[in-house]
Design a protein around this ligand. Structure first.
Ligand code: PLP
Length: 379
């Protein structure tokens, strides 16, 4: 038999082992997707496009209308200045991540990840023969450790990948921290790959800060996001990407070779989503309420220390006080308390931590925490 790509063997399986759908009796704190239905106007827009027969090939980077809608959204919501011509619509933010790496990295290049980091970054980089360099965040609040970042830079470092609000930690980096990250990238001539998929889900009194808003940031930042999380559209596979014109020319080539474009009839739906206000505000309101309740309940659990989730829908708990490893904690929580959660050591630097997703109903949050409380107090 001919050989597979040798890099495949280095790619891990991420959270898969702990994401297996359990029986209905189990409360799932594992799933990283909104529990809301996609808002109706979005669904209607896709149906109407199908009824109009919009099922043929179209412009590969996305129609001018959807690219303009993204440019306008990025400007209005996040102060990101970009031209619609430098926007590409991708099959999910995940594919935008892969494109950003394909466009900027050669085999052997090192990329700084603030860890524990979402496992797909590691997998994608290894697939391309690039080298993920995990730099642990601060243990008290999961924010960047700048001394550690500086110490990790070598002459092979080519990029830094930022994800704020963060999966798995729920941290939202402050404007001052983003400025320091941009300055570190400038001083070391690095690309900044900014995964801002959770940018509209911030529960702090400061917003998501784009590296493009810091002097010297725009020319080295690739901004990647999408509809999955903020608009409850995970299955639609719609993402976006923008950056400097020369980078986007390269990315357009990659996309034209790899995907052609996202489904034509989904593009009007993507525009409809960006026009929504009430529906997204309602989802945000519910996340804020859940975040308060889950924080209060988790803080009452013996042996658990958890900073308040700052964004996205993740609470990241230090469980070392229970005396268990995170894998033992997650395994026993499933078996003994019927609660499913993600052990941190599935990611580098995640030992002793567990991720809890509060993208689930208030009822599940209360019941899941009650079960954890009964279990932990009985040990
Ligand atoms: N980036 C992060 C940090 C994520 O957590 C996820 C999904 O879990 C993605 C990107 C993928 O987003 P999409 O569904 O748009 O591919």
């Amino acid at each position: 038999m001919p050989q597979l790509n040798r890099n495949i063997a280095n790619v891990g399986t991420g959270f898969a082992a702990f994401l297996t759908p359990p029986g209905p009796e189990v409360i799932r704190f594992t799933v990283g997707q909104p529990d809301f239905a996609t808002p109706l106007p979005v669904v209607e827009a896709a149906k109407a496009a199908l009824d109009r027969g919009e099922t043929t090939y179209t412009r590969t980077q996305g129609t001018p209308e959807v690219c303009q809608a993204v440019a306008t959204h990025l400007h209005n919501t996040h102060g990101i200045e970009t031209d619609a011509d430098d926007v590409l619509i991708t099959p999910g933010c995940k594919q935008a991540l892969l494109y950003s790496m394909l466009a900027t990295l050669d085999a052997g290049d090192e990329v700084l990840l603030l860890s524990p980091a979402w496992p797909s970054y590691d997998g994608m980089l290894k697939l391309l023969g690039a080298v993920p360099v995990h730099v642990a965040v601060r243990r008290d609040n999961y924010h960047p450790d700048f001394d550690a970042l500086n110490a990790a830079i070598t002459d092979k470092t080519k990029a830094i990948l930022i994800n704020s609000p963060n999966n798995p930690t729920g941290a939202v980096y402050t404007p001052q921290e983003v400025e320091k990250l941009v300055n570190l990238a400038i001083e070391n001539d690095l690309w900044i790959i900014d995964d801002m998929i959770y940018a509209t889900l911030v529960w702090q009194d400061y917003p998501y800060t784009s590296p493009t808003s810091i002097a010297g940031g725009a020319e080295r930042t690739l901004t990647l996001g999408g509809w999955s999380k903020g608009w409850a559209m995970t299955g639609w596979r719609l993402g976006w990407m923008t950056g400097p014109t020369d980078v986007m020319s390269a990315v357009k080539k990659i996309n034209a070779s790899a995907a052609t474009h996202v489904p034509t009839f989904l593009m009007p739906a993507a525009i409809a989503a960006l026009d929504l206000h009430g529906e997204t505000a309602e989802m945000a309101k519910q996340y804020v309420e859940r975040r308060e309740v889950i924080h209060q309940l988790l803080c009452q659990l013996p042996g658990i220390v958890v900073p308040k989730s700052e964004g996205a829908f993740y609470a990241f708990c230090d469980i070392t006080g229970t005396g268990m490893s995170d894998v033992e904690f997650a395994t026993r929580a499933l078996e003994e308390a019927q609660v499913q959660l993600i052990p941190g050591s599935l990611m580098e630097d995640g030992e002793g931590l567990v991720r809890i997703s509060y993208a689930t109903s208030m009822e599940n949050i209360i019941e899941g925490c009650r079960r954890l409380s009964v279990w932990l107090n009985s040990l």
